[in-house]
Design a binder for this molecule. Structure first.
Ligand SMILES: NC(=O)c1ccc[n+]([C@@H]2O[C@H](COP(=O)([O-])OP(=O)(O)OC[C@H]3O[C@@H](n4cnc5c(N)ncnc54)[C@H](O)[C@@H]3O)[C@@H](O)[C@H]2O)c1
Length: 337
């Protein structure tokens, strides 16, 4: 195994730049070798910001480059399957952003390709690398709250959804883009997988989507039954404006754990106008250390030939829940997976 692995980041948007940034200083034993983006201005701007020269406009050209050991797939979700399968066939180790893909068949194909190619496939559920989320998991595993009865997980995002998300058949909607992490939290904290869901959703903040995309929703709640009998509840919202909000509550037979903070600093300003504390602005701030640990774990798994803490199976199970949830919203009844 080489001392320094060459990594290529495929997709130079918001999440791609966070991963890429980690490989130019924060994670050891790795070098950011190249960026990929079909939009040349984006690829060039990314390289300038990151201080590297090499970029590709087509990921297939990057996969032909024998110097590349591993790739991070951060293109829009709809492209994950084709890129991951091609990367596995080219013998590159893969860290794939969530949601893993559009449906379970795509996920299975990706898992099979990685197995066949003999490469690592890690899923980027970065909350599993967040200190508070990890601490909660340790407390649960130590039996401090007894058996897990209910996991409630919510994510509210500040930004108004991009128009490409309006067509649920193409984007899988906020359940995929926003709530995948919450679904994974249900699985991780309960140690079980969801077997039935009932989801209710609506569009409250995107009037321009209403006529052309009546199925689009920007707010969703989903009750879940897990195979172990544990109960689950997921709440997702986009365009909330007030900040980025990610919280989990785990109720056990002997106690409860709350995870998640929404204050950016532990500063409270009190004046005659009232009390003020800055709210967390974005996932980019809240989970910055989690991303670094996630990227470091990926490199460690390759170098030490370990199984990643988050695998293709975790990605597949979350996608199955997303698809069942979207069906439940349309059919207006519970759906078994
Ligand atoms: N872990 C998280 O919390 C998190 C946060 C944000 C995004 N994501 C995921 O990361 C992925 C990208 O999201 P984003 O917010 O960075 O999107 P983005 O729109 O900011 O960036 C995507 C980039 O990919 C490029 N692209 C398009 N087609 C491509 C292709 N075929 N090959 C390579 N690049 C291509 C686009 O030009 C764009 O620059 C999505 O799957 C998203 O769900 C995960």
């Amino acid at each position: 195994m080489k001392d320094v692995l060459n990594v290529c980041v495929i997709g130079s948007g918001r999440a791609g730049m966070i991963h890429a940034g980690n490989f130019i200083g924060s994670v050891s034993g790795v070098r950011l070798y190249a960026m990929v983006d079909p939009v040349e201005d984006t690829a060039q701007a990314a390289c300038r910001e990151l201080g590297i020269d090499k970029y590709f406009l087509d990921y297939r050209d990057a996969l032909k480059d024998e110097a590349i050991d591993a790739v991070v797939v951060v293109a829009p979700t709809v492209f994950h399957k084709e890129i991951v399968v091609a990367a596995a066939e080219a013998g590159k180790h893969i860290l794939c952003e969530k949601p893993m893909a559009m449906n379970k068949n795509e996920c299975s194909e990706m898992i099979d390709a990685a197995k066949k190619g003999g490469v690592k496939l890690q899923l980027a559920f970065m909350r599993r690398f967040d200190e508070s989320f990890m601490h909660a998991k340790e407390r649960i595993d130590a039996g401090e709250i007894g058996d897990v009865v209910l996991v409630k997980s919510l994510t509210h995002g500040p930004s108004i959804p991009k128009p490409w998300m309006y067509d649920i058949s193409k984007s899988n909607g906020p359940l995929a883009e926003v709530s995948s992490h919450d679904i994974d939290a249900l699985h991780w904290y309960s140690g079980s997988y969801v077997e039935e869901v009932y989801a209710v959703a609506g569009n409250y903040r995107c009037p321009d989507a209403k006529d052309e995309y009546p199925d689009f929703y920007d707010n969703v709640i989903m009750n879940c039954r897990l195979k172990s009998g544990t109960q689950g509840f997921v709440e997702g919202a986009q365009g909330v404006l007030y900040g980025y909000d990610s919280r989990v509550e785990i109720l056990g037979t002997k106690g409860i754990i709350h995870v998640g903070k929404n204050q950016n600093f532990s500063v409270l300003t009190c004046t005659q106008n009232g009390i003020n504390t800055p709210f967390v602005k974005s996932w980019q701030n809240l989970f910055i250390d989690a991303y670094r640990r996630e990227d470091a774990h990926f490199i460690e798994c390759i170098k030490e030939d370990k199984i990643p803490m988050v695998t293709g199976l975790d990605g597949l199970e979350a996608v199955k829940v997303v698809n069942a949830g979207n069906l439940s919203i349309i059919k207006k009844h519970p759906v078994k997976l």
